[in-house]
Design a protein around this ligand. Structure first.
Ligand SMILES: [Cu+2]
Length: 355
């Protein structure tokens, strides 16, 4: 019987190295690529003592990343809430990441409502995004809806040993309940490239973030009432989209992805919202039965996001509209080559969570 190996590796070094510099340095221009909410020049307080731990279960072929603990006082918006610094996971194996299962728990392991997660985003600093090469490759993201990225059998996201995955997390607490020690956990099943098995038959799939803000920062100001924002991106490779989900913030209603070049609607995703219009979930549509939705190089994709903001106020940086799916290129070589040097010194890195 194989011995079960469970290792908790603390990334204390990265966290403690980041924190002291977070106020001392100006945000360098190249950090503007993150494409989340980070606009407007206001600085968040940085949460103290938040670290990244990783637990590799080599028997179950699963790694669990854990960010925390975070203290979340009731009724605190994301501008006032101290935010975790960016944390980096160095991938300890060569292989494929197959799925992402996020959840929020307290120190007893009890579930905390997803609504306190404003956003988390994982970026591979060693690769460029294939739709927006000005950005790092964005491999996973979730908001309050805690989108579960299910495994698509036969496909995975290839990582090399040592790839640096930067984890951005933003929290808030719109509820009347305070939470003291909250952890974001993301469980990631993986396939090990060195395993002598079918795992080597895994095909490379790349996350495709198709944003109403094209290749700019994703966040934008949300006007009051009904509004729709649209943008385009151009696909540079032939291939297929296996499926698509959506990312919206509160008061988001719908994401539509169209192929303008072919005058086709790829998917219409209607959000589920609660009585106040807060986002509950955005559905996922898979095209596996058709063998994927075909993209041709130079196809122009149009993305639209519809919101209905009942607050009577313009919400600064309150909205995002993104269709996100897995893309499988017809020829993997060009895509696989989209590597870049990771930013050298993380101890010099700066918190990107500044508004
Ligand atoms: Cu977002």
């Amino acid at each position: 019987m194989q011995k079960k190996t469970v290792l908790w590796v603390s990334s204390l070094a990265a966290a403690s190295a980041l924190a002291p510099f977070s106020f001392a340095q100006e945000k360098p221009a190249e950090h503007a690529h993150h494409g989340t909410f980070m606009q407007g020049g206001m600085h968040h307080p940085v949460a103290k003592g938040v670290t990244l731990d990783s637990k590799v279960d080599s028997n179950a072929h699963s790694v669990t990343l854990r960010v925390g603990p975070m203290k979340l006082p009731a009724n605190t918006d994301h501008m006032k809430m101290p935010q975790p610094p960016d944390l980096v996971w160095a991938v300890p194996f060569e292989g494929w990441l197959l799925a992402y299962h996020p959840r929020l728990v307290d120190s007893n392991g009890t579930a905390v409502p997803g609504t306190v997660l404003h956003h988390t985003a994982f970026w591979n600093e060693n690769r460029a995004d294939f739709l927006c090469p000005n950005k790092e490759e964005h491999i996973f993201g979730a908001g309050g809806e805690l989108t579960d990225w299910a495994e698509v059998p036969g496909y995975g996201y290839h990582v090399q040993k040592g790839d640096k995955i930067r984890i951005e997390t933003m929290v808030y607490n719109p509820t009347a309940t305070s939470y003291d020690r909250v952890y974001l956990e993301v469980q990631i099943p993986f396939a090990d490239a060195s395993a002598p098995s079918v795992e080597k038959l895994i095909q490379n799939a790349y996350p495709a973030w198709m944003d109403v803000r094209s290749c700019g920062n994703s966040g934008y100001d949300l006007p009051t009432g009904k509004s729709t924002k649209s943008g385009t991106v151009t696909v540079k490779y032939d291939g297929v989209l296996l499926g698509v989900g959506g990312h919206l913030h509160d008061y988001g209603r719908q994401v539509v992805l169209q192929n303008s070049s072919r005058e086709e609607t790829v998917a219409t995703l209607d959000a589920a919202v609660d009585a106040q219009g807060r986002l509950e979930s955005v559905p996922v549509k898979l095209f596996l039965q058709q063998g994927g939705y075909k993209f041709s190089a130079n196809d122009v994709l149009k993305i639209s996001a519809a919101y209905d903001n009942p607050t009577g106020k313009l919400l600064r940086d309150g909205a995002m509209g993104i269709a996100v799916g897995y893309f499988v290129p017809a020829d993997d070589k060009a895509m696989a080559a989209l590597r870049r040097k990771a930013k050298p010194a993380h101890d010099m890195a700066v918190i990107s969570h500044d508004h």
